[in-house]
Design a protein. Structure first.
Length: 129
């Protein structure tokens, strides 16, 4: 889990708990990784990553929050719109994303990826830094 994703996950989990909502956690991976259930496998080396175990190690999951994990496999060159289209239909009321801390104007705008997510998402977006 990235430095930017951890505070976003914690904020999303707290909101889901307060609202009694289900939390959908979306993990984006790029080839040569392939998915096998909730495990990522490097198709070149055979190395595996247990994403639920990594997620549980990085955060303190709240047992009161129902959580569903979605592994998205998209080309590194894919744009945000293509990545968002890879999501299963979630009927999300809010999208929570993390923002990398950058100095200057780039930090104020949140970076090109975060900015594009805000622009193209079909629902409100909460940006957490």
């Amino acid at each position: 889990m990235s430095e930017a994703a951890l505070p976003a996950f914690q904020a999303a989990q707290e909101l889901a708990k307060r609202l009694g909502s289900r939390l959908h956690v979306c993990y984006v991976a790029h080839p040569p990784l392939v998915t096998s259930g909730e495990t990522l496998v490097d198709s070149k080396t055979g190395e595996t990553r247990d994403i639920p175990a990594e997620l549980n190690a990085a955060v303190n999951p709240d047992p009161a929050v129902e959580r569903e994990l979605h592994l998205l496999l998209v080309e590194r060159s894919a744009g945000i719109q293509e990545t968002l289209k890879a999501l299963p239909p979630l009927d999300a009321g809010l999208l929570v994303v993390g923002m990398h801390k950058k100095p200057g104007l780039a930090g104020f705008l949140g970076g090109s990826i975060t900015e594009e997510v805000v622009r193209v998402a079909d629902c409100p977006v909460l940006v957490v830094k």
